[in-house]
Design a protein around this ligand. Structure first.
Ligand code: GLA
Length: 371
């Protein structure tokens, strides 16, 4: 073989490694971690052209393109075009959050009589898994059947202070019904606690297209867990009746966000865990958001008992995201399906414990349609 024949072969192998396709799930190199590991970006695409791009770093949903009323695709999650944006790091944009999503008070808990001390990364508390949570680690990826991607991660015994080797699998599936389904599975070799979620920041008008105050939200929750000034639940399950937290009928997110309700002031807006009205263990509708102008509708279904509704109160315009868009105050909302924050310190809350021999499994579906 002469040198001339080698050139097309080399070119072909370059394309294979940077744009390999398995089960029609495309992937490309997204960047390198500071230690030189390659980060891949996988793109799931359904029959209707809906697209979800997922990074092996943090399992981040980097982009999610869904149609508006006129059928025009728009990217409706905050994030970065360039992998380097994720190293700064952003406030959990699109990431898988674990080992324990949300807060644990004083960064400690007791399990089986043993005191565990966790990393303090939110004042005196631990938030979203600690200093290097699941949003900041590299996951192993394997395209699955249809438009799905399986991500796996082994969280070692003692990582961020948590007990037990925890083997985690997260499967993202994009269905032809315009649903992004997330299945979380985990097993442990020692008693531990966990609370896995996804931290996508949505703006149904399109990422970087102003604030979300005009979006209408319905939350299927009669009660929520009020918090103290560190945003730790007090233990009370409070009725939403007659408060700005009552979304049992649709309300614009911004309608009551400026209220002087003590809880709204403590959260700097909505940053609260809502206790879902559920019947049975299966998927049940937790939330619905409609954006009148674009006509995009998001429904959230979950097997989880609760959901954190967060209105991007810490976004302040300092982050410039995809396409150079400025992410200002309340330019997105999060609906983080989960167990209640600080459950390991509240025996009355549904348990977040996992024991060897048990399998943790939860499912959340983000379903998109038009109004
Ligand atoms: C969660 C928390 C918020 C905030 C964001 C990330 O939703 O509840 O208080 O920490 O994550 O900025």
């Amino acid at each position: 073989m002469n040198a001339r024949n080698l050139i097309p072969l080399l070119a072909a192998s370059t394309i294979m490694t940077t744009n390999c396709s398995s089960n029609n799930v495309a992937s490309r190199e997204f960047g390198k971690t500071p230690s030189g590991e390659t980060v891949e970006l996988y793109t799931l695409k359904n029959a209707k052209g809906v697209e979800a791009a997922i990074s092996t770093y943090g399992g981040v949903v980097v982009s999610l393109k869904v149609p508006d009323r006129a059928g025009a695709l728009g990217d409706i999650v905050l994030g970065f075009d360039d992998f380097k944006g994720y190293l700064i790091p952003p406030p959990y944009f699109g990431a898988i959050v674990g080992r324990y999503g949300n807060r644990i008070a004083h960064a400690q808990f007791t399990l089986d009589g043993v005191d565990y001390k966790l990393a303090k990364n939110d004042g005196d508390n631990t938030l979203h898994g600690g200093k290097r949570g699941f949003d900041k680690v590299l996951w192993k990826a394997k395209p699955g059947p249809g438009q799905s991607l399986e991500l796996t991660y082994l969280s070692k015994d003692g990582e961020e202070g948590y007990p037990g080797n925890l083997s985690v699998t997260v499967v993202y599936t994009l269905t032809d019904d315009n649903e992004l389904k997330i299945d979380y599975t985990a097993t442990t070799d020692k008693d531990t606690v966990l609370n896995l979620t996804n931290h996508s920041y949505f703006n149904l008008a399109g990422q970087g297209e102003g604030d979300i105050l005009g979006h209408e939200l319905t939350l299927n929750a009669d009660r929520y867990t009020p918090v103290d000034k560190g945003l730790i639940p007090t233990g009370e399950l409070r009725s939403v009746e007659g408060t700005p937290f009552d979304f049992r009928q649709p309300h614009a997110i911004g309608e009551r966000i400026g209220s002087n309700d003590e809880q709204m002031v403590l959260g700097g807006g909505y940053d609260h865990n809502f206790v879902l009205n559920r019947s049975g263990d299966g998927l049940s509708l937790a939330a619905k958001v409609t954006a009148a102008k674009s006509g995009r509708v998001l429904e959230v279904l979950t097997t989880e008992p609760a959901i954190q509704f967060y209105t991007g109160n810490f976004l302040d315009g300092t982050i410039h995201g995809k396409g150079g868009k400025v992410y200002g105050l309340r330019s997105a909302f999060c609906l983080e399906t989960q167990h209640y924050p600080d459950s390991p310190n509240h025996p009355a809350f549904p348990s977040t414990e996992l024991k060897p021999g048990q399998t943790y499994h939860t499912t959340t579906v983000f379903r998109f349609s038009q109004s």
